[in-house]
Design a binder for this molecule. Structure first.
Ligand SMILES: [Zn+2]
Length: 101
C-alpha cells in the first residue's frame, strides 16, 4: 500500500476567465414596442438599445418585418463617428404601439 499523494486525480476546476460580452448581432431579436417620432416609426434596437427609425408607412407594414441596424459613419461634432451595430431585429406581428419608448 502506498501513501504517495497522487495529485493527478484531483479535479481542479478551471479558473473562470473574464466574461466575454455576448455578441448577439448574428441573431434576429424580436422587438415588441414601436413608437413614432415625426413621420418615422422608431424602435429600440434590441442589440445596442439605441433608438433607430424604420422605413414604413403603416404599422401593419413594419409588423413581421426584419430590419438591420446598419453600421454607418457620420460626421459628429468631434469628427467621424460610427453608429449602428449591424444587428438584425424583427418587429413582432403583435408589436404594440406606444407613445414613448
Ligand atoms: Zn443596434
Amino acid at each position: 500500500m502506498t501513501l504517495a499523494f497522487d495529485n493527478s486525480k484531483i479535479d481542479i476546476p478551471p479558473v473562470p476567465g473574464p466574461e466575454e460580452p455576448e455578441n448577439t448581432s448574428g441573431y434576429i431579436l424580436p422587438v415588441k414596442r414601436v413608437s413614432k417620432d415625426g413621420g418615422d416609426y422608431i424602435v429600440h434596437c434590441p442589440h445596442c438599445m439605441s433608438i433607430i427609425s424604420l422605413q414604413g408607412e403603416d404599422l401593419s407594414e413594419i409588423r413581421g418585418e426584419q430590419f438591420q441596424h446598419k453600421k454607418r459613419e457620420y460626421l459628429g461634432p468631434r469628427g467621424m463617428r460610427t453608429s449602428g451595430c449591424d444587428g438584425w431585429l424583427e418587429v413582432t406581428q403583435n408589436a404594440k404601439f406606444v407613445r414613448e419608448l
